[in-house]
Ligand binder design. Structure first.
Ligand SMILES: [Zn+2]
Length: 306
Protein backbone atom coordinates (compact mmCIF):
# COMPACT_ATOMS: atom_id res chain seq x y z
CA UNK A 1 0.00 0.00 0.00
CA UNK A 2 1.42 3.38 -1.01
CA UNK A 3 1.85 6.23 1.48
CA UNK A 4 1.12 8.57 -1.43
CA UNK A 5 -2.50 9.46 -2.13
CA UNK A 6 -1.75 8.94 -5.83
CA UNK A 7 1.09 6.54 -6.65
CA UNK A 8 0.88 7.58 -10.33
CA UNK A 9 2.67 10.77 -9.30
CA UNK A 10 5.94 8.94 -8.80
CA UNK A 11 6.97 8.70 -12.44
CA UNK A 12 6.88 12.48 -12.93
CA UNK A 13 8.25 13.65 -9.55
CA UNK A 14 11.92 14.51 -9.19
CA UNK A 15 14.27 15.45 -6.37
CA UNK A 16 14.09 19.27 -6.01
CA UNK A 17 17.81 19.33 -5.19
CA UNK A 18 19.45 17.13 -7.82
CA UNK A 19 16.63 16.22 -10.23
CA UNK A 20 17.01 12.50 -9.50
CA UNK A 21 14.08 10.08 -9.69
CA UNK A 22 12.22 9.37 -6.44
CA UNK A 23 11.23 6.02 -5.03
CA UNK A 24 8.96 5.07 -2.15
CA UNK A 25 10.69 3.84 0.96
CA UNK A 26 8.15 3.03 3.66
CA UNK A 27 6.31 6.25 4.42
CA UNK A 28 8.95 8.44 2.76
CA UNK A 29 10.24 9.26 -0.71
CA UNK A 30 13.90 8.77 -1.38
CA UNK A 31 16.04 10.27 -4.14
CA UNK A 32 17.78 7.52 -6.09
CA UNK A 33 20.67 9.87 -6.98
CA UNK A 34 21.56 11.93 -3.89
CA UNK A 35 19.83 9.74 -1.31
CA UNK A 36 17.88 12.58 0.32
CA UNK A 37 14.62 11.53 1.96
CA UNK A 38 11.32 13.41 1.84
CA UNK A 39 8.35 13.10 4.18
CA UNK A 40 4.84 12.29 3.03
CA UNK A 41 2.22 14.04 5.19
CA UNK A 42 -1.38 12.81 4.87
CA UNK A 43 -0.60 11.31 1.49
CA UNK A 44 1.06 14.52 0.20
CA UNK A 45 4.83 14.52 -0.45
CA UNK A 46 6.80 17.48 0.97
CA UNK A 47 9.40 18.24 -1.70
CA UNK A 48 11.16 21.34 -0.43
CA UNK A 49 14.73 21.93 -1.57
CA UNK A 50 17.57 22.05 0.93
CA UNK A 51 18.06 25.74 0.14
CA UNK A 52 14.47 26.63 1.09
CA UNK A 53 13.88 30.29 1.99
CA UNK A 54 12.14 29.82 5.32
CA UNK A 55 11.25 33.49 5.89
CA UNK A 56 9.49 33.38 2.54
CA UNK A 57 7.59 30.26 3.59
CA UNK A 58 6.49 32.03 6.77
CA UNK A 59 5.23 35.06 4.81
CA UNK A 60 3.33 32.78 2.43
CA UNK A 61 1.74 30.95 5.35
CA UNK A 62 0.54 34.27 6.67
CA UNK A 63 -0.90 35.20 3.26
CA UNK A 64 -2.69 31.85 3.03
CA UNK A 65 -4.18 32.51 6.45
CA UNK A 66 -5.51 35.88 5.30
CA UNK A 67 -7.08 34.25 2.26
CA UNK A 68 -9.21 32.04 4.48
CA UNK A 69 -11.35 35.03 5.34
CA UNK A 70 -12.98 36.65 2.34
CA UNK A 71 -12.82 40.38 1.69
CA UNK A 72 -15.14 42.40 3.86
CA UNK A 73 -16.71 45.83 3.44
CA UNK A 74 -19.13 47.56 1.14
CA UNK A 75 -17.37 46.96 -2.15
CA UNK A 76 -16.46 43.35 -1.34
CA UNK A 77 -19.37 41.65 -3.11
CA UNK A 78 -18.71 43.41 -6.37
CA UNK A 79 -14.97 42.72 -6.20
CA UNK A 80 -15.45 39.08 -5.28
CA UNK A 81 -17.83 38.62 -8.19
CA UNK A 82 -15.41 40.25 -10.60
CA UNK A 83 -12.59 38.12 -9.22
CA UNK A 84 -14.60 34.93 -9.74
CA UNK A 85 -15.59 35.98 -13.24
CA UNK A 86 -11.99 36.63 -14.12
CA UNK A 87 -11.12 33.05 -13.01
CA UNK A 88 -14.03 31.65 -15.03
CA UNK A 89 -12.70 33.49 -18.08
CA UNK A 90 -9.24 32.09 -17.44
CA UNK A 91 -10.27 28.46 -17.00
CA UNK A 92 -12.63 28.40 -19.96
CA UNK A 93 -9.75 29.74 -22.06
CA UNK A 94 -7.64 26.84 -20.73
CA UNK A 95 -10.29 24.23 -21.41
CA UNK A 96 -10.70 25.46 -24.98
CA UNK A 97 -7.04 24.67 -25.61
CA UNK A 98 -6.66 21.25 -23.98
CA UNK A 99 -6.27 18.23 -26.18
CA UNK A 100 -8.57 15.34 -25.24
CA UNK A 101 -7.70 13.46 -22.01
CA UNK A 102 -5.49 11.84 -20.87
CA UNK A 103 -2.87 14.56 -20.53
CA UNK A 104 -0.84 15.84 -17.59
CA UNK A 105 -1.61 19.31 -16.21
CA UNK A 106 0.15 20.96 -13.28
CA UNK A 107 -1.19 24.01 -11.46
CA UNK A 108 1.83 25.66 -9.85
CA UNK A 109 0.92 27.66 -6.74
CA UNK A 110 -2.65 26.42 -6.86
CA UNK A 111 -3.64 27.62 -3.37
CA UNK A 112 -7.27 26.64 -2.76
CA UNK A 113 -8.23 26.61 -6.44
CA UNK A 114 -10.58 23.61 -6.65
CA UNK A 115 -11.04 23.63 -10.41
CA UNK A 116 -8.77 20.62 -10.74
CA UNK A 117 -11.73 18.42 -9.82
CA UNK A 118 -13.68 18.96 -13.04
CA UNK A 119 -10.60 18.22 -15.15
CA UNK A 120 -9.73 15.14 -13.10
CA UNK A 121 -13.25 13.89 -13.63
CA UNK A 122 -12.76 14.47 -17.35
CA UNK A 123 -9.78 12.10 -17.26
CA UNK A 124 -6.80 14.45 -17.00
CA UNK A 125 -3.90 13.80 -14.64
CA UNK A 126 -4.04 17.08 -12.71
CA UNK A 127 -1.29 17.93 -10.21
CA UNK A 128 -1.78 20.65 -7.61
CA UNK A 129 1.47 22.13 -6.32
CA UNK A 130 1.67 24.67 -3.54
CA UNK A 131 4.11 25.84 -0.88
CA UNK A 132 1.42 25.53 1.82
CA UNK A 133 0.60 22.00 2.98
CA UNK A 134 -2.63 23.16 4.69
CA UNK A 135 -4.09 24.51 1.44
CA UNK A 136 -3.42 21.21 -0.32
CA UNK A 137 -4.83 19.21 2.55
CA UNK A 138 -8.07 21.19 2.28
CA UNK A 139 -8.11 20.69 -1.50
CA UNK A 140 -7.64 16.98 -0.95
CA UNK A 141 -10.11 16.52 1.90
CA UNK A 142 -12.83 19.01 0.99
CA UNK A 143 -12.59 19.30 -2.79
CA UNK A 144 -11.49 15.78 -3.64
CA UNK A 145 -8.22 16.73 -5.35
CA UNK A 146 -6.28 13.53 -6.01
CA UNK A 147 -2.73 14.65 -6.74
CA UNK A 148 -1.15 17.20 -4.43
CA UNK A 149 2.52 18.06 -3.97
CA UNK A 150 4.15 20.55 -1.59
CA UNK A 151 7.04 22.32 -3.28
CA UNK A 152 8.83 25.57 -4.04
CA UNK A 153 8.35 27.32 -7.39
CA UNK A 154 12.09 28.05 -7.54
CA UNK A 155 12.96 24.33 -7.36
CA UNK A 156 10.03 22.54 -8.97
CA UNK A 157 10.11 18.80 -8.19
CA UNK A 158 9.13 17.41 -11.60
CA UNK A 159 10.94 15.50 -14.34
CA UNK A 160 11.94 17.55 -17.41
CA UNK A 161 9.45 17.19 -20.27
CA UNK A 162 6.83 15.59 -18.04
CA UNK A 163 3.95 18.09 -18.40
CA UNK A 164 1.56 18.65 -21.29
CA UNK A 165 0.21 21.82 -19.68
CA UNK A 166 1.48 24.12 -16.96
CA UNK A 167 -0.90 26.55 -15.28
CA UNK A 168 0.36 29.33 -13.03
CA UNK A 169 -2.10 31.89 -11.67
CA UNK A 170 -1.22 34.93 -9.58
CA UNK A 171 2.05 33.45 -8.37
CA UNK A 172 5.04 34.85 -10.24
CA UNK A 173 4.64 38.35 -8.79
CA UNK A 174 5.69 36.76 -5.50
CA UNK A 175 9.01 36.05 -7.18
CA UNK A 176 9.29 39.19 -9.28
CA UNK A 177 13.04 39.52 -8.72
CA UNK A 178 13.74 36.07 -10.16
CA UNK A 179 11.26 35.68 -13.00
CA UNK A 180 13.56 34.46 -15.71
CA UNK A 181 14.84 31.26 -14.04
CA UNK A 182 11.25 30.38 -13.10
CA UNK A 183 9.97 30.82 -16.66
CA UNK A 184 12.98 28.84 -17.91
CA UNK A 185 12.10 25.98 -15.55
CA UNK A 186 8.49 26.05 -16.81
CA UNK A 187 9.82 25.52 -20.31
CA UNK A 188 12.06 22.67 -19.20
CA UNK A 189 9.14 20.87 -17.50
CA UNK A 190 6.85 21.10 -20.54
CA UNK A 191 6.86 18.49 -23.26
CA UNK A 192 7.71 19.77 -26.75
CA UNK A 193 4.49 21.41 -27.97
CA UNK A 194 3.24 21.76 -24.37
CA UNK A 195 1.38 24.93 -23.39
CA UNK A 196 2.04 27.39 -20.57
CA UNK A 197 -1.02 29.22 -19.19
CA UNK A 198 0.22 32.18 -17.20
CA UNK A 199 -1.79 34.79 -15.32
CA UNK A 200 -0.44 37.52 -13.06
CA UNK A 201 -1.36 40.98 -11.74
CA UNK A 202 -0.31 43.40 -14.46
CA UNK A 203 1.79 46.45 -13.69
CA UNK A 204 0.26 47.93 -16.88
CA UNK A 205 -3.33 47.47 -15.63
CA UNK A 206 -5.21 50.71 -16.30
CA UNK A 207 -5.85 51.42 -12.62
CA UNK A 208 -2.43 50.27 -11.42
CA UNK A 209 -0.14 51.76 -14.03
CA UNK A 210 0.39 55.12 -12.29
CA UNK A 211 1.85 53.44 -9.23
CA UNK A 212 3.39 50.27 -10.60
CA UNK A 213 5.04 51.65 -13.73
CA UNK A 214 5.34 55.40 -13.17
CA UNK A 215 6.30 55.44 -9.49
CA UNK A 216 9.67 54.22 -8.18
CA UNK A 217 9.26 50.81 -6.60
CA UNK A 218 10.56 51.76 -3.14
CA UNK A 219 8.01 54.59 -2.96
CA UNK A 220 5.20 52.29 -4.06
CA UNK A 221 6.16 49.77 -1.38
CA UNK A 222 6.31 52.48 1.28
CA UNK A 223 2.92 53.96 0.35
CA UNK A 224 1.37 50.51 0.03
CA UNK A 225 2.47 49.46 3.49
CA UNK A 226 1.29 52.80 5.00
CA UNK A 227 -2.06 52.39 3.26
CA UNK A 228 -2.63 48.89 4.61
CA UNK A 229 -1.60 49.94 8.11
CA UNK A 230 -3.98 52.89 8.03
CA UNK A 231 -6.86 50.76 6.77
CA UNK A 232 -5.94 47.94 9.20
CA UNK A 233 -6.35 45.84 6.13
CA UNK A 234 -6.93 42.11 6.54
CA UNK A 235 -5.37 41.32 3.15
CA UNK A 236 -1.91 42.78 3.17
CA UNK A 237 0.56 41.85 0.45
CA UNK A 238 4.01 40.52 1.36
CA UNK A 239 6.86 43.01 1.10
CA UNK A 240 8.41 41.18 -1.88
CA UNK A 241 5.21 41.04 -3.98
CA UNK A 242 4.99 43.36 -6.95
CA UNK A 243 2.85 43.22 -10.11
CA UNK A 244 4.76 42.07 -13.17
CA UNK A 245 4.80 43.65 -16.62
CA UNK A 246 2.95 41.91 -19.43
CA UNK A 247 5.53 43.31 -21.84
CA UNK A 248 8.56 42.18 -19.87
CA UNK A 249 7.11 38.70 -19.41
CA UNK A 250 6.27 38.35 -23.11
CA UNK A 251 9.80 39.40 -23.99
CA UNK A 252 11.32 36.92 -21.53
CA UNK A 253 9.20 34.09 -22.91
CA UNK A 254 10.31 34.96 -26.44
CA UNK A 255 13.97 35.09 -25.40
CA UNK A 256 13.59 31.68 -23.75
CA UNK A 257 12.40 30.23 -27.05
CA UNK A 258 8.68 29.89 -26.37
CA UNK A 259 6.55 30.31 -29.51
CA UNK A 260 2.93 31.38 -30.19
CA UNK A 261 3.01 33.83 -27.28
CA UNK A 262 -0.43 35.42 -27.00
CA UNK A 263 -1.98 37.79 -24.43
CA UNK A 264 -5.71 37.13 -24.05
CA UNK A 265 -8.41 39.77 -23.44
CA UNK A 266 -10.43 39.97 -20.20
CA UNK A 267 -13.91 41.29 -19.53
CA UNK A 268 -13.76 41.23 -15.73
CA UNK A 269 -11.55 43.77 -13.95
CA UNK A 270 -11.31 42.40 -10.41
CA UNK A 271 -9.91 45.39 -8.55
CA UNK A 272 -12.24 48.28 -9.23
CA UNK A 273 -15.78 49.33 -8.26
CA UNK A 274 -18.88 49.42 -10.50
CA UNK A 275 -18.03 52.82 -12.01
CA UNK A 276 -14.42 51.88 -12.69
CA UNK A 277 -15.61 48.65 -14.22
CA UNK A 278 -18.08 50.38 -16.52
CA UNK A 279 -15.31 52.68 -17.73
CA UNK A 280 -13.00 49.70 -18.30
CA UNK A 281 -15.72 47.85 -20.22
CA UNK A 282 -16.13 50.83 -22.48
CA UNK A 283 -12.41 51.07 -23.21
CA UNK A 284 -12.00 47.29 -23.49
CA UNK A 285 -14.04 47.42 -26.69
CA UNK A 286 -10.62 48.24 -28.01
CA UNK A 287 -9.12 44.75 -28.08
CA UNK A 288 -5.68 46.03 -27.06
CA UNK A 289 -6.97 47.42 -23.74
CA UNK A 290 -8.55 44.08 -22.80
CA UNK A 291 -5.31 42.26 -23.53
CA UNK A 292 -2.69 44.59 -22.11
CA UNK A 293 -4.35 46.90 -19.58
CA UNK A 294 -6.53 44.61 -17.47
CA UNK A 295 -5.80 44.06 -13.78
CA UNK A 296 -4.45 40.68 -14.87
CA UNK A 297 -2.65 39.69 -17.97
CA UNK A 298 -3.19 36.16 -19.26
CA UNK A 299 -0.59 34.72 -21.58
CA UNK A 300 -0.42 31.42 -23.40
CA UNK A 301 2.93 30.29 -24.77
CA UNK A 302 3.98 27.05 -26.45
CA UNK A 303 7.20 25.17 -25.96
CA UNK A 304 8.55 24.72 -29.46
CA UNK A 305 9.04 21.23 -30.83
CA UNK A 306 12.79 21.72 -31.33
ZN1 LIG B 1 18.45 14.11 -5.12
Amino acid sequence: LSALTSPDLLDILACPDCGGALEELGDKLRCGSCGREYDIKSGIPILFPRAMDLSHLEAEEELADQMKTGLTGKAADFLTKQWDESKVEFWSMVRDRLSPAPATIANIGCGRDARSKALEDAGYRFINLDIIHDSLLMLQDQDGAKRCVVGDICHLPFQPGSLDYLVCIDVIHHECDGLEPILASFKKLLKPGGILFLQDPNSWGMYQIWKSVMMPRFLHRMLRSAYHKMKRSTHQPAEYEFPTSVWAVKRMLRDLGFVKIVAHPHKAYPRTGPVGHRFYSLLARIDWIGRYHNYHYTITAVRDDG
